[in-house]
Design a protein around this ligand. Sequence first.
Ligand code: NAD
Length: 337
Amino acid sequence: MNNDAHPQSLPHVAVTGAAGFIGSTLVDALLRAGHEVTAIDVRGTTDRLAVRNLKAASACDRFRLHNVDLGHADLAAIFNGADTVYHLAGLGGVRGSWGAHFVDYVTTNLTATHRVIDACEQTGVRRLIYASSSSVYGSITRSSREDDATRPISPYGVTKLAAEQLCLAHATRSGTSLSAVALRYFTVYGPRQRPGMAIDQMLLAALTRTPAPLFGDGEQRREFTYVDDVVRATIAAADPAVPSTVINVGGGKSVTMLDVLHLIATVTGSEVPIRHEPDQAGDVLSTSADLTLAEQLLGYRPRVGLLEGLSRHAQWLTATLNNPTTETPAETLETTR
Ligand code: NAD
């Protein structure tokens, strides 16, 4: 990471979930742009993935990590001086959100979001950007627009919907100086993707010849979004001209899982060994994003198509398999341009 001082002084920002997949990629992009970044994550220097994800950022003198839990930390002290808070910390995964684990989803996705909002209000943060999800829409028959009905079919989706609406309720309260943009991310993939997410698992299966699960018949459709596109949209949402609202962030195309398997075979040169598993409760049959509002408000259009994105993800995974604690620095920096 280049430590050179930037000529223009950019606002100080805070990122929660900074050690995670999207959070760490966002942190790299913000540092590259010249921001001072306060990072918050419950995972820290003893966590292998966190160390790997924040390796480049940690070398920058404009980066500071608070290794704390949002549920207990003095967030007002941490956010003090920040203009924008990017709130990406969360508990992901639809399937794990049923049953006894629901309480963890409520604590992490909803109660912690309330603490983040409260601290933003106390410290005069101007803009809160919340990482919401396409899962708020539930079962769909056409591309989802932001004003469509929201009927999540998983407990995870319920917590994401509640948290985004909580952000907006606070932002529209009379007299508040806090504004909020909730970005509904459509399945994000790319380097550093959470292990266990479908694309990472399938690429890994192709590269190591160990089977990955395929749930259902493979005809379920997903709009996959490359992480650099998500990061660009997320940074654009800090613009004061963008009003408090929800905005879809998608990859521009919805494909079946069978299509993905085919593309992965093309990219890696190996068929993906598959273990067939039944449909999972909470998994929607299809996701697809209407990106009209994202283009209008954020000037956002996805730039990285699925074949190119899978190829970049596969290259990164190959390098990481050869050396699990590091990434190829040039590749890491390139992904945030
Ligand atoms: P991730 O699991 O890689 O990152 C989340 C990070 O949040 C982790 O590093 C975790 O340690 C941290 N965290 C969790 N609870 C915390 C707490 N109480 N205090 C401090 N840190 C905490 O997940 P990701 O895939 O990068 O997703 C980031 C956000 O985007 C999440 O809110 C997720 O719901 C949302 N999202 C992701 C996707 C996707 O496809 N990855 C799609 C839609 C929405």
